[in-house]
Write a protein that binds this ligand. Structure first.
Ligand code: NAD
Length: 732
């Protein structure tokens, strides 16, 4: 396999073209690095070569590094994984530094060969770090292209010199949105930010023209010159000091200190700024190794990159022919239906949006019109594309229009009777379609009783707001067949979301785990734990919202509704009376949450959240003695992860990879941990079981250690070693 080709033209320019076979986008592998290195050596050694252009044979430059490389470097180093990683990273630095120095005399800085990068489109991660080592970067005028360093999003940071080079190029302040937030830009914006040098119609031609006229001075990077000063000031200058002080506070404020990558990045930048460039690269490599050795980074890469992608590509798809959706019927044009219509039309699928009245259906369609209008204003889409998207949605009150639909997604009221009625009507109108329900609480198997074809009946559970939330939970009823599962998965793939496939049980997977989190928070308030402690403990362990804030956001009356229904279903076994006491009292006080401008928190007239509502302390005064932070955090996290283990044990969840990816994307479970199962692996099964026992003894049976976890503790097993390939618990 050849990832890079080398072609010396008559003009004396060697063009190195990156074109990884059988992939739509270039991804850097170890073999790829070796090939690039050999081509650079050949160009520098050949007197006939005047200069080099590095480009791509695809419509993009590169999507990044194959993150499996990292695992390989670590594994191959046996007992010394950190050394293996550090040396592997230093080899990459050496290749890129060779490009940057391009054969010039290190003293006179003369005699190098110009090397330019020509980017036809998207250039991410290593796809930008290589160009940053070149002497000049040309990008095609392609507004869809994305240029940037998104590493921080999967729990690492740019570790192939991108951090050190960008900071020296733009200054710490200028580089911070790209490094710390993983900000991506189109070519024009990338040029004005100083990320790249030129935007050209034909970047290869422009790069060649530049190479032919480049002088010795054009090849020397500012940081390789004597007297170089970092833009914005080095850390020990007054300006630089302010930058680093601010950046440090910002990073810790945003990450609550739980993301090792952001902190390590900042350290690499700070320490690197104090020393010469080559030493800075070494420091970058050390911090990068430090991050890669942190279990949080491996877990984040595994869940947010490797397994997320595997699920999106159909890791758990039954082997049935392509089920791509052409025409979807959406029943109910309320909050969820309108969102489902929007994302479907966006994916190019024809949509029939049905509601009880024409007006209600039109209102749902208007949601897309609104979205399009905003998109056009922000330059995210063109008026023509927006029009075409809107034209794909037909709003109606007649079921006949569903004829020809190959998928129906139902999002009418959460009511068995109403859902049964629309199921019958829709199935009659679209006899070929797979029928999916977006119910959040009703059993799929029960709803399927209204269907003539229960094998074609399935749950497709979206989260709100549909256009923003990336997870879709697909739920199999007892009789759901393979075609329906494949249809649901292919649909989710079309609308570019991440699916998990679970079995039918109360609250499916996501809600089953998030409800105990909320309940534990409320229960603590009743016990006299200070609400601020509960909320801060959650945030400090990486939950996006504390349980009380989350309750305010989703509304207290929804909580009351769910509690009432659950109690009716469970009878005497219902375990949440203590929670309900608080919840029902709040509802009685009219404190229904954010929508009422009154909940566990106080809100000002404009709806801005203030502190915890003082009335809460009057009813539930905080105890004189408060628990320690870790105890509160463990209560909040164990409430979720033990439920995840039970869901896996029960066979509701069939694959821990889905359990982890679903938890992060579905309810924001502490992303730094890689998900509930990854977190339990970090703790180690013996310690996790011991903590569950202690929590159960102190707080109740809801923390009882699941049999599977106990067994794993006894045998010293980990979830990922035992089930990481997608194996089900029941089969083990
Ligand atoms: P909603 O009240 O906003 O919308 C329901 C819509 O269905 C209304 O427009 C109503 O007119 C329409 N409808 C009712 N009966 C109908 C009929 N016989 N034929 C056609 N249309 C009919 O509700 P929603 O929040 O969009 O929820 C819809 C479904 O999605 C529910 O099953 C809910 O449990 C589920 N769900 C909601 C959320 C959420 O956060 N709101 C999340 C996931 C799933």
């Amino acid at each position: 396999m050849t990832d890079f080709t080398y072609d010396l033209g008559e003009d004396g320019i060697a063009v190195i073209t990156w074109n990884v076979p059988n992939r739509s986008m270039n991804v850097m592998s170890r073999e790829g690095f070796a090939e690039l290195d050999a081509h650079v050596d050949a160009a520098l050694a050949d007197a006939a070569v005047k200069g080099v252009v590095i480009t791509s044979g695809k419509d993009s430059f590169a999507g990044g590094m194959d993150l499996n490389i990292i695992a390989k470097m670590r594994d191959e180093a046996g007992d010394e994984p950190a050394r293996g990683l550090f040396e592997g990273i230093m080899q990459i630095h050496a290749i890129l530094r060779k490009i940057e120095r391009a054969g010039m005399d290190p003293k006179t800085l003369k005699g190098g060969k110009p090397i330019a990068a020509a980017l036809p489109g998207t250039a991410l991660g290593i796809g930008l770090e290589i160009p940053l080592a070149c002497h000049r970067i040309f990008a095609a005028d392609n507004p869809k292209a994305k240029i940037g360093l998104p590493e921080i999003m999967v729990g690492i940071f740019p570790g192939a010199g991108g951090t050190t080079r960008l900071v020296r190029k733009l200054g710490a302040m200028g580089a911070s949105p790209f490094l710390l937030e993983g900000k991506l830009s189109d070519p024009k914006k990338a040029k004005s930010a100083g990320l790249i040098d030129e935007v050209a119609d034909d970047p290869v031609a422009a790069a060649k023209a530049w190479v032919l006229q480049a002088t010795d001075a054009d090849l020397v990077k500012p940081w390789d010159r004597k007297g170089y000063r970092m833009p914005g000031g080095a850390p020990y200058t007054p300006d630089g000091f302010m930058t680093f002080l601010g950046a440090s506070a910002m990073v810790n404020g945003r990450t609550q200190g739980v993301y090792p990558a952001a902190r390590a990045l900042l350290s690499a930048v700070y320490e690197g700024a104090l020393v010469p460039f080559d030493t800075a690269l070494k420091i970058e490599a050390r911090w990068f190794t430090n991050v890669l050795m942190n279990p949080s980074s491996s877990a984040m890469i595994r869940s947010l990159f490797v397994n997320k992608e595997a699920l999106e590509k159909g890791a758990n798809r039954p082997d049935v022919p392509d089920q791509k959706v052409r025409k979807v019927g959406v029943l109910g044009a309320g909050m969820m239906g309108a969102g489902i219509a929007l994302v479907s039309a966006q994916a190019g699928i024809e949509v029939v949006l049905v509601d009880q009245s024409r007006e209600a259906a039109e209102k749902g369609r208007a949601y897309t019109a609104d979205h399009v209008e905003k998109g056009v204003k922000r330059g995210k889409t063109t008026p023509e594309k927006g029009e075409a998207m809107l034209a794909r949605i037909t709003a109606t009150d007649g079921y006949a229009a569903l004829s020809g639909c190959d998928l129906i997604v139902e999002a009418v009221f959460e009511d068995m009777g109403v859902k049964a009625e629309v199921t019958k009507k829709a199935e009659a109108a679209a006899p070929e379609a797979v029928f999916a329900t977006n119910t959040s609480t009703l059993p799929i198997t029960d709803l399927a009783k209204a269907s003539e074809r229960p094998a074609d009946f399935i749950g497709i559970h979206f989260f709100s707001p549909v256009e923003k939330m990336m997870l879709v939970e697909i739920i199999k009823g007892r009789e759901t067949g393979e075609r329906a599962v494949a249809k649901a998965l292919d649909f989710v793939r079309q609308i570019r979301k991440t699916p998990i496939v679970v079995n039918d049980a109360r609250f499916f997977y996501a809600n089953r785990c998030i409800i105990p989190y909320i309940n534990e928070g409320i229960r603590m308030v009743k016990e006299g734990v200070a609400p601020a402690l509960v909320e801060n403990a959650a945030r400090l362990v990486g939950m996006p919202l504390g349980p009380l804030q989350l309750t305010d956001e989703t509304s207290i009356d929804l909580g009351v509704k769910i509690a009432t229904a659950t109690k009716a279903a469970m009878g005497d076994a219902y375990p949440n009376e203590a929670v309900d006491e608080v919840l029902f009292w709040m509802a009685g006080e009219g404190r229904l949450g954010r929508k009422a401008n009154a909940g566990f928190y106080a809100y000002d007239e404009s709806g801005r959240r203030q502190g915890i509502w003082t009335g809460l302390a009057a009813k539930y005064p905080p105890a004189a003695e408060q628990p320690d932070l870790q105890e509160v955090q463990h209560r909040l996290l164990f409430a979720q992860v033990l439920e995840a283990v039970r869901a896996f044990e029960d066979g509701v969840l069939e694959d821990i990879r889905e359990g982890d990816v679903g938890a992060i994307l579905g309810w924001g479970f502490a992303p730094w941990s890689g998900g509930p199962f990854s977190w339990l692996d970090m703790l180690g099964a013996p310690y996790a079981a011991e903590r569950a026992d202690a929590l159960a003894a102190a707080h109740g049976e809801r923390f009882a250690c699941p049999a599977l976890l106990r067994q794993m503790a006894d045998k010293g097993q980990s979830f990922y070693r035992r089930f990481g390939d997608g194996a089900a618990a029941v089969a083990a």
